[in-house]
Design a protein around this ligand. Sequence first.
Ligand code: ATP
Length: 369
Amino acid sequence: MARIRIENLHKAFGDFTAVRDSTFTIEDGEFFVMLGPSGCGKTTTLRMIAGLELPTSGSIRLDDEEVSFRRASERDIAFVFQLFALYPHMDVRANMGFPLKCDGLARAEIRARVEEAARLLRIDHLLDRSVSGLAGGDLQRVALGRAIVRRPKAFLMDEPLGVLDTELREVMIGELRALHTRLGATTVYVTHDQLEAMAIADRIAVMNHGVVEQIGRPQEVYDRPASLFVADFIGSPPMNLLPVPGGLAPGDHAIRVGEAMVAVPILREPADGDLVLGVRPEHVRLDDAGAVRGEVYGAEYLGTTQIVTFATGLGTIRARLPSAVPVRTGERVGLSFRSEKLSLFQAADGRALRTALHEAPVAGGRAHG
Ligand code: ATP
């Protein structure tokens, strides 16, 4: 088990900065997800933790040991590559035992560890089968088994489910999470898929252009995004972001949004200049007396809920409403927002402003440990 401390980590490729001054700690036993769009620097960060890439500056500590410039083989960490990086001419047992054979362990010890890992992954009945005939999920389990047998201090996984179809991905998310709970090993997991991150993480680091924008539990990142980028990246559909010209004084209860006055959580810090109001689709309500007026543009049926798009003077607003609520395209409606759930951002730098919302406990979410 390991605690991983990243300090002022920086990586440049020539003139291009891939990772910019990252500082954070991954706690012992934590399932930590690095999430962000393609090219944001998550794989580069993971490769530096693994020892596959050297930092330009900054430090990486594994427990209290400085490992920044140690070779990958000298760090007690297992990198689970995108699956299928298996040896097709070997059977499952030989694939799983391979790293231990390279480390020179005794045959009996290798056998015991491989069988223990196979039982854990429920692939013990496949041990003597060739990997070439296995299905995607079982191949994935073998690749995981090969990492587990080493009993490393930490597992690093780079989009391990990327190649699987949706149904199998969902199964594997559940299995990976359950495996993590049983092994209790620190896991650092890279994905660009926010739903996968939400489902599996103790905490998520959201990255953009080489910068960590926010670190928090899934529910924290969702309910209280620290920046406009996070607000827009997390959530499907994303948060509605409405321009609010002019500032808001601490203590003000309402804000002018276009023609409407909208009640907002009270600011806990001064705000200068233009703001952006953030409203999650589930916090938009149809309300005849609502201050924001609009027209139904279309509705997407999702079973128990529907995503309804409204054309308003403030731009497009999307709402998640129960499917039972009747809506007609072209219908004129009033909208209101659940004021206690709204976010406010500074337009100039995209930073979220502290409001009364930040003082309420975050509901739900996965507790670490
Ligand atoms: P993806 O999911 O697409 O891999 P990512 O967030 O993991 O995205 P990285 O692979 O960390 O992104 O890459 C970050 C940036 O650094 C990208 O713009 C990439 O082109 C660049 N980069 C990565 N490795 C190198 C390299 N060896 N030489 C030059 N540029 C690189």
